[in-house]
Design a binder for this molecule. Structure first.
Ligand code: NAD
Length: 495
């Protein structure tokens, strides 16, 4: 197998106050490669003392002001260096992400997976955003001038999941740091490796000590003392609704800012006037890319009944194009799911689906892969939308396909879920697309296009898919305080 370049595997340690550190308890846990099922490293098992020491370091850094009160141009310079260093080390980041969570190292164009480049863009975008976003001035009756002042808030807890562990983390870090805050980042216990490179990059780029701190450990152990800490002013969380509820309950008596980016059961709706070639390809990408481990996965595909049979045939043929295998093989387009726990969970959902409907294709481990948490691209049909496979987030390469009669029926099915993250609409009628977008109960909708993240978009969901929006000016509101001062001005007229 033509393998990608390998790199040394770092020990996954905390990074607190500019120093890599073991857990106070000295305890560690195993890091497992989902392709080989072998232990490839150790990660620090953080707990309460580690969380407290990271928050204290972040608070000290904020109070010192080297970053929180620095000139925006200084922050821009440092964050641009971070972006440059991410690009310089992109092969290493892609490699570590490949072995910690199974993401293929190359994208379909043969380039190092786009999400590494995206991570660098996140830093450049917010480095510029904090320079460009001006303050406001309001003239009141030619008598009083009010002007606004924008300040960082303080210490934020940034909590991220294992899917896209590097890039998703930078979605939060870039705005949090760009606006002058300090951060304590808790990445997932299932993907603790690639983030070690980012800690080194922050150090090399000249980010003052304590501004960014990283905690390793199990969510249930190190998460609660982090989110509950009185010096944490805000929490930006990406993960499951169950964890979001837990965090919400723990901080309910405080006045911390919270932003929750949660799961989804998003619908791809394909009308009878759609460009079917594109719709088939994009519907396949929407569910199978990243092995279905994406919050915006189009995991329910709703197809007009007049093109339903043709769609099934073409969608099955399209699914055969996915190359399932070792993420370090440049040819691979579909890696394993992240862990044994996730493998069992997805397989269990497929078993449940067998009694609720019918497996159209896939449904098991590929014949040529004896080891690793690999699951074939799978599609389920003939299940009612009330079935568990249609209502619950599987977070694996499993699509469920349902026919609909007309536009109203499509919307009824699409909205009949506790989630409301994304939606994909395929039709040649702009009027129909807009009517559908108006009524689709989701935070984000792509019409005749696949998932594209413009960093100015208000990213987030409704219902159980989250609270709050991040991106561009929406991140600015979440990560800053706006204050005002007023002063009298000379009147232009005597009246
Ligand atoms: P998870 O909720 O189990 O864990 C997410 C993070 O929270 C991890 O770092 C974990 O260690 C930590 N955590 C766990 N318990 C905690 C606690 N009690 N207190 C504080 N932190 C705790 O989710 P996951 O399985 O890692 O990720 C998959 C989920 O994330 C899916 O539901 C997926 O849809 C969602 N997701 C959403 C988005 C989005 O932007 N909307 C993006 C990616 C993933």
């Amino acid at each position: 197998m033509p393998e990608f370049q390998t790199f040394p595997i770092p020990k996954a340690r905390h990074y607190i106050d500019g120093r890599f550190q073991d857990a106070v308890s000295g305890e560690t846990f195993d890091v497992i490669d989902p392709t080989t099922e072998e232990v490839i490293g150790q990660a620090a098992r953080g707990g309460e003392s580690d969380a407290h020491s990271a928050v204290a370091a972040a608070k000290r850094a904020f109070a010192r002001g080297e970053w929180s009160r620095a000139k925006p141009s200084f922050r821009k310079e440092v964050l641009y260096r971070v972006a440059d260093l991410i690009e310089e080390r992109s092969d290493e980041i892609a490699y570590l992400q490949g072995i910690e969570m199974g993401e293929p190292v190359l994208d379909s164009e043969g380039k190092v997976a786009f999400y590494v480049a995206r991570s660098a863009q996140n830093f450049r975008f917010f480095a510029d955003e904090q320079m460009q976003a001006g303050d406001h001035a309001f003239n009141h009756e030619d008598r009083l001038m009010t002007y606004t002042m924008t300040d960082p808030v303080g210490v934020y807890a940034l909590i991220t999941p294992w899917n896209g562990p590097f890039m998703l983390s930078t979605w939060k870090m870039a705005p949090c740091l760009a606006y002058g805050n300090s951060a304590v980042h808790k990445s997932s216990e299932l993907s603790p490796l690639s983030i070690q490179v980012l800690c080194e990059i922050f150090e090399q780029a000249g980010l003052p000590d304590g501004v960014y701190n990283s905690l390793m450990g199990y969510g249930a152990e190190v998460g609660p003392p982090l989110v509950s800490h009185s010096e944490v002013a805000g929490i930006s969380f990406t993960g499951s609704p169950a964890t979001a509820r837990d965090i919400s309950a723990r901080v309910s008596t405080s006045l911390k800012r919270t932003s929750f980016e949660l799961g989804g059961k998003s619908a791809t709706i394909i009308f009878d006037d759609a460009d079917l070639d594109r719709a088939v390809t994009e519907a396949s990408l929407a569910i199978y890319l990243t092995t279905g481990q994406s919050c915006v996965a189009g995991s329910r595909i709703l197809v007009h009944e007049s093109i339903y049979d043709e769609f099934l045939t073409r969608f099955e043929a399209e699914a055969k194009n996915w190359i399932v295998g070792n993420p370090l093989d440049p040819k691979t387009t579909l890696g394993p799911v992240v862990s044994k726990g996730q493998y069992d969970r997805v397989m269990n959902y497929i078993d449940i689906a067998r009694s609720e409907g019918r497996v159209l294709f896939g449904g098991g481990r590929p014949d040529n892969l004896e080891k690793g948490y690999f699951i074939e691209p799978t599609a389920i049909v003939d299940a009612p939308n009330s079935a568990r496979i249609c209502q619950e987030e599987v977070f694996g390469p499993v699509a469920v396909i349902l026919p609909f009669k007309d536009d109203a029926h499509a919307l009824e099915i699409a909205n009949d879920t506790p989630y409301g993250l994304a939606g994909y609409i395929w039709t040649e009628s702009l009027e129909r697309a807009h009517n559908c977008a108006l009524r689709l109960e989701t935070g984000m909708i792509w019409i005749n296009s696949g998932f594209v993240r413009d960093l100015r978009q208000p990213f987030g969901g409704v219902k159980d898919s989250g609270q709050g929006r991040e991106g561009g000016q929406f991140s600015r509101e979440f990560y800053t305080e706006t204050r005002f001062a007023s002063f009298p001005i000379a009147p232009r007229r005597d009246d």
